[in-house]
Structure formats: structure tokens, C-alpha cells
Design a protein around this ligand. Structure first.
Ligand SMILES: [Zn+2]
Length: 384
């Protein structure tokens, strides 16, 4: 059985239901409508779309209550990737001089979706804007405009539209606006415009106080100009925004501490951080700090003890590297280290908490589900 025929089955069901509904309300027109409907349906099933459409357009003009048939048909075509056919249906409707006003924005929305599906963002943008002129409150039109601007990386326009939606849904829209400002901050950074970078990052934090990305940008900037104390404060503040994201900045944090006079502050901070968040893997970081501030033996003792409670490939690899030179059978250890490296490469560093997409590169916008800020460093799974 051909695929298009299977696709027509839901259309036939929708048609029969609409036919039944129409016949209930307009008994006098029933016989004409029925025969025309069946004629149209017959054309559709014979894959003669053009003839079928001509009939349905005539039907809708005589009775606008049958417009749902067109919407249903358009949706099915769009779902099957036949955008040209969906566009033809909706364009046909919008061109009817007898079209009642109440259906206009709905048809424009549908046509906008057709254009989006066909990848014609300019035309889709124009239509969604038109919907907003007709229906100022249309959240659907705003939402689609945001997606288009995001796709085109037009952050100013995305912010303009999103700000209107903020009051109604701050917990969802706030983080989105924050990321748009971070994108602008990124551009300022590339241009070397520090004032604008900081302005945009601070605006991001106003819309989402937990915007880790903005805090990282401000901290990186402080670090770049040698204000290590300010940078440390900002990096450490990320724990309150999202503890797991501390893994994104741990190396930068170590670099800042390295520029300050030696003290136990870093070691104490890291041990306390590990205590507060057992799922963060800080064993190797703490071992390195101990090695530098005390001795290699202190690092080995710490790691040997920790690895018993929280075994991990990374921890084991570090321990092997430490002990390698103390043991005669160098080759065995070399092989073991290589094996562990290979196994570690297979493990995933970041995972999207919305859709489960896993990656070894960090993204602020998930490439799989298009959600902002959901790709996070992998943490140790709890046994509980
Ligand atoms: Zn995702």
C-alpha cells in the first residue's frame, strides 16, 4: 500500500467527522455538502490534490464552519513534510474575499508554521508580526518570533519580544533573556569592549540571578585584568547559583589562588566544597593542591583513602601516576594508565538535563533540544 494512501486515512476520518457535524447543524444543505465532500475526498484518495482543493475552497466559501477541514488537512501535510501543499491550502484561505475576520490570525499562524517548516524564516517572521498586529496578546506568535530571532542570532530582537513575555512567566523566560544578554556580552568581549561586556552580563543577572554564564564572564574578566580576589569571589559564588557548574570554573579558580601568597585557604575551601556536594568530583583537584602545598606523600595518602569510599577512573589514574615511579614494573603501570585513559575518553563529560544529550564539549544552548543552560558537567551518580 503506498505511503500517501496511509497518510490519507486520518484525513478521511477527520472529513467524515466534520461531515457528520456539519450535517447536524445545516440539514437543508446536507445533501449538497455530502456529495461535494465525498467528491473531494475521492480526489484526495486518488492523489488528485489540486481538484480536491478546488472543491474544498468552494465548500468553505459557502459554509465557513467547514474551515476546520482545511486546518486538519494543512497540519497533516505539514507533518508529512509536504510544505508546498500546506502553504497552498492556507494561502488559498487567506485570499478569499469572504474570509470572516475571526479566522484571519489563525490562518496567518498556520501559514507561519508552514514557512518555518520550509526554512523560510523571513516570510515566517513577517506573518507572525502580522498576527501580533491582529492579536496583540498572541503568545504563540511571540514564541515563534523568538525562535526565529534565536536561529538568526538577532539577540536584540529576541530580547525585545521576550521582555513582553517575562512578566507572565519569569522562571522560564528570565533564563532565556539572560542567555541573550550573555550572547551580547560575548560579542562585546570579542570586540574588546569591557564596559559593554560587564553591562550585558549584569543585565543577564537581573533577569536570572542564577545565570552561571554571566557570573563566569564577569569572573573571567576580573581574572584577565589581574583582580584575582574579585575573580575568586565571583567563581566561588557560582556554588550558590548551581553547584554542579563549579566544575566549569575549577581550573580558573586554581589559577587565581596560585597568584596569591601561599595559604591553606584553597585546600580548606575545596574540602568544604566536597563535603557540601558529594556528587562533585574534586579528589584529583584536592590531591594536586596537597602535592603543591605539602608533599606528594600527602597527596597519595589522601587519594588512597578517598578512592576506597568513592572509586573512580580519574582518581585511580591519578594514583597510578603518583605511584608509577615507586614500583619496578613500569610497563605494567604504563599499560594500566593507557587503558584508563582510553576508558575515560569513552566517558561523557557533559549531559543535557532536559533531554539526556551527552557530549564532550560544553554548550550553553543544547544542540539537541534547544534548551538554554541545561547542558551540565557530568557528576557522580548517587547510589541512593
Ligand atoms: Zn537537551
Amino acid at each position: 500500500m503506498p505511503v500517501w494512501f496511509l497518510a490519507m486515512v486520518p484525513i478521511a476520518i477527520v472529513f467524515l467527522w466534520l461531515l457528520f457535524r456539519t450535517s447536524q447543524s445545516h440539514k437543508t444543505q446536507q445533501s449538497t455538502l455530502s456529495s461535494e465532500y465525498f467528491k473531494g475526498l475521492n480526489y484526495l484518495l486518488n492523489d488528485e490534490q489540486g481538484k480536491a482543493l478546488d472543491i474544498f475552497v468552494k465548500l468553505v466559501e459557502s459554509n465557513w464552519d467547514t474551515i476546520d477541514t482545511h486546518f486538519a488537512l494543512g497540519k497533516i501535510y505539514r507533518k508529512n513534510g509536504e510544505m508546498d501543499k500546506a502553504i497552498k491550502i492556507h494561502q488559498g484561505l487567506i485570499a478569499r474575499p469572504s474570509l470572516p475576520e475571526r479566522y484571519r490570525s489563525k490562518i496567518l499562524l498556520e501559514l507561519g508554521y508552514d514557512y518555518l517548516g520550509a526554512g523560510w524564516f523571513d516570510r515566517a517572521e513577517g506573518l507572525f508580526k502580522e498576527v501580533l498586529i491582529e492579536d496583540k496578546k498572541s503568545q504563540e506568535a511571540r514564541h515563534n518570533l523568538i525562535l526565529i530571532y534565536q536561529q538568526e542570532k538577532d539577540w536584540f530582537k529576541a530580547i525585545d519580544i521576550a521582555v513582553d513575555l517575562f512578566a507572565e512567566n519569569p522562571s522560564v523566560v528570565g533564563p532565556m533573556i539572560a542567555h541573550y544578554y550573555c550572547e551580547l556580552a560575548d560579542i562585546s568581549k570579542t570586540k574588546g569592549d569591557v564596559t559593554q561586556l560587564e553591562n550585558n552580563a549584569n543585565k543577564a543577572l537581573r533577569y536570572d540571578t542564577n545565570c552561571v554564564r554571566a557570573s563566569i564572564m564577569l569572573a573571567d574578566q576580573a581574572k584577565a585584568v589581574g583582580d584575582d580576589k574579585k575573580a575568586i569571589k565571583l567563581y566561588e559564588g557560582i556554588e550558590k547559583q548551581d553547584a554542579e557548574s563549579m566544575m566549569l570554573v575549577i581550573d580558573s579558580l586554581l589559577e587565581c589562588y596560585a597568584n596569591l601568597p601561599p595559604s591553606d585557604k584553597l585546600y580548606d575551601y575545596l574540602v568544604a566544597l566536597q563535603d557540601r556536594h558529594e556528587n562533585l568530583f574534586l579528589q584529583n583537584v584536592i590531591a594536586s593542591v596537597l602535592e603543591k602545598s605539602q608533599s606528594k606523600h600527602a597527596a597519595i595518602d589522601y587519594l588512597s583513602d578517598k578512592i576506597k569510599h568513592q572509586p573512580s577512573l580519574a582518581g585511580l589514574q591519578k594514583l597510578v601516576t603518583y605511584k608509577e615511579k615507586e614500583i619496578d614494573s613500569d610497563e605494567v603501570f604504563a599499560d594500566l594508565t593507557t587503558a584508563i585513559s582510553v576508558m575515560q575518553k569513552d566517558s561523557v563529560e557533559y549531559r543535557c538535563q532536559k533531554c539526556g544529550f551527552s557530549t564532550n564539549t560544553h554548550y550553553w544552548l543544547c544542540p539537541s533540544c534547544n534548551h538554554w543552560g541545561s547542558v551540565k558537567p557530568s557528576v557522580i551518580e548517587s547510589d541512593a
